[in-house]
Design a protein around this ligand. Structure first.
Ligand SMILES: [Fe+2]
Ligand SMILES: [Fe+2]
Length: 208
């Protein structure tokens, strides 16, 4: 009788576990959002690298360094989204969309638009859906990108204001720091001892 009771309990527990694994639904929307995020970040990274090269040809060395730093940050976001997707068992190849390179002033305007879309529309929606679908890795990766893009928009706006008012890089930061784990981007003169988003120590930051 005792043996039967133990067996019944074990069978019940196994059944419950099986039911649990079956009821875990595939986070369909988050998978699509991760793919879109990877494409968006891969494109942004390539675009900012091209904007950096253009800024150098126009003599804007500080703005060029800023675009080098943000290009790196976007590639880190793409890698983090990819890691979240891989953890869900999905394979995907990152590929950049096409983009245009114009004058540095126009490139900054384009970059501001892109960052604004990401931090007011795209990532808030992605985070909401990932929360509903309960995908913690995606929530973290989207949130790191969301928080970083807000800062990028501010940096770009300051650079655009400097060009518009003085036609020079007056008052802009001389150097930049990027957290290798989350892509958080700092004016190198004002970094935290530990990354404000992921607590990586500043000694690990990538300097531009
Ligand atoms: Fe960005
Ligand atoms: Fe970080």
């Amino acid at each position: 009788m005792k043996k039967f009771a133990i067996f019944s309990f074990a069978a019940l527990a196994a059944g419950a576990m099986l039911l649990g694994s079956c009821s875990k639904t595939t986070p369909v929307k988050t998978i699509e959002n991760l793919k879109a995020g990877i494409t968006g970040e891969t494109t942004a990274s390539a675009k900012y690298a091209a904007f950096a090269a253009k800024a150098r040809t126009e003599g804007y060395d500080t703005i060029a360094k800023m675009f080098d730093a943000t290009s790196k940050a976007e590639s880190i976001h793409a890698s983090n989204h990819m890691a979240a997707l891989t953890k869900l068992g999905v394979e995907f190849t990152a590929k950049a969309d096409s983009f245009q390179v114009k004058t540095t002033k126009e490139n900054l305007e384009d970059a501001i638009k892109g960052e604004n879309y990401e931090n007011t529309s795209m990532y808030p929606e992605f985070i909401k859906v990932a929360t509903e679908e309960k995908v913690p890795e995606a929530i973290t990766s989207f949130t790191w990108a969301f928080d970083t893009e807000k800062k990028h928009q501010v940096f770009y706006q300051k650079a655009l204001d400097a060009i518009n008012t003085t036609n020079a890089e007056t008052g802009l930061p001389f150097a930049w720091a990027v957290c290798p784990k989350c892509g958080n981007t700092y004016d190198a003169a004002h970094i935290d001892d530990f990354c404000a988003f992921c607590q990586t120590p500043k000694e690990k930051f990538i300097m531009f």
